[in-house]
Write a protein of this length. Structure first.
Length: 132
């Protein structure tokens, strides 16, 4: 079954998705409070900004809105893994011509991976090869 192709979330939308993945279903106020605490170095994220983004995200299909109570509850439609997979797949096709090797090499060159991360990558590669 083919994955449904959703539009790519903006940076602001991804920040909201991260909150919802961590907290689960939340009100606009709850999302706004978490985002304001995270962005303490920058200006506070306004309630109306978060509300507008959540409305746009509902239209795009990123979140569902439960309107059964006065404070609407928003929840994600896709898991974090599904969204990350979709974003990587898009990046893989657009920037690397579908080459997984080029993507991985660039990722490893872009940021130094620690020993633990490299060990995990080796284990995942071994598991992947063993599953073929």
């Amino acid at each position: 079954m083919a994955r449904q192709k959703l539009s790519r979330p903006t940076d602001g939308e991804l920040a909201i998705l991260r909150v919802l993945w961590e907290r689960g279903p939340s009100t606009v106020r709850e999302v706004q409070e978490v985002m304001s605490k995270r962005d303490a170095d920058r200006r506070d994220v306004g309630y109306t900004t978060v509300l507008k983004l959540l409305q746009i995200m509902t239209d795009k299909g990123f979140v569902d809105r439960d309107e059964s109570s006065r404070s609407h509850i928003y929840q994600v439609r896709q898991s974090e893994d599904e969204t990350q997979r979709q974003l990587v797949d898009d990046l893989l096709e657009r920037a690397f011509g579908g080459s997984t090797a080029r993507l991985v090499l660039q990722a490893l060159h872009a940021r130094k991976a620690g020993k633990g991360e490299l060990d995990e990558i080796r284990r995942l590669l071994d598991d992947f090869e063993g599953g073929r």
